[in-house]
Design a protein around this ligand. Structure first.
Ligand code: SAM
Length: 219
């Protein structure tokens, strides 16, 4: 008789991907899975646009900064950054990676994004975080984000679409293309990339990705 109760040996345990940790909001696991990854393309594109305009590095919010891949790039390019995340352990990773010479330009805040507030800024960066907002509080958060960005400033980040597998989770904020277009009504689109692809998690279960990758300049 096969023993169905037997625990898998370490060799049989599947290696979990970042998405497996994100699926269950295991953020410490997520940080370990993405350690050392470069900044997000949307962040880099937005920063390149500021540079192309010859603008001085200003003040940025990195909302849902995680272990800091984007915050570090903002600091490297001379920005002052308020890095916000609901998971305190994010900052154990981030603080270790911030070079002492630029540490004076970063402020770290442990806060739920739903409760976070800040003053006027030039750039709100929020990579792969807004979908984890409480849906009942998403509109309020987005209104605060838009209101905080100065004219000529930018938003960069991701929205998850209505055809994404996780759109069925009641605690996630997903949007149709029309909704994303409406939310960005006051912005010039510098990148509006809609991506759909299939992937499998570490356990062989299919995950459909439907993601909007956005870089937008406030009019
Ligand atoms: C998928 S990770 C993305 C991290 C990083 N921005 C990146 O691109 O790798 C989502 C991040 O959002 C944070 N997060 C999730 N829900 C949150 C909430 N309600 N308030 C604040 N942060 C939250 C998590 O702690 C995590 O660091």
């Amino acid at each position: 008789m096969p023993n169905h109760e037997a625990k898998p040996t370490p060799e049989q345990t599947p290696i979990r991907k970042a998405m497996d940790f994100a699926a269950v909001r295991d953020w410490p696991g997520y940080y370990a899975a993405v350690a050392g990854k470069p900044p997000r393309e949307t962040t880099v594109l937005a920063l390149d646009r500021f540079d192309a305009e010859g603008r001085r590095a200003g003040k940025a919010i990195d909302l849902g900064c995680g272990e800091g891949r984007d915050t570090l790039e903002l600091l490297r390019r001379g920005w002052s950054v308020v890095a916000i995340d609901g998971e305190a352990s994010a900052f154990e990773h981030l603080n270790k990676r911030v070079p002492p010479a630029v540490a004076g330009r970063v402020t770290t805040v442990v806060s739920a994004m739903e409760d976070a507030s800040w003053g006027e800024v030039d750039f709100v960066n929020s990579s792969f975080t807004l979908p984890f907002c409480d849906p009942a509080r998403f509109d309020g958060l987005w209104a605060r984000i838009v209101a905080s960005i100065r004219t000529g400033g930018r938003f960069a980040g991701q929205f998850f679409g209505d055809r994404d597998t996780w759109a069925r989770c009641a605690d996630r904020s997903h949007h149709t293309r029309a909704q994303v277009e409406r939310m960005l009504g006051g912005f010039e689109h510098e990148q509006f990339k809609e991506e759909e692809k299939d992937d499998v998690d570490a356990f062989g279960k299919m995950k459909h990705w439907h993601v909007f990758h956005i870089v937008a300049k406030k009019r």
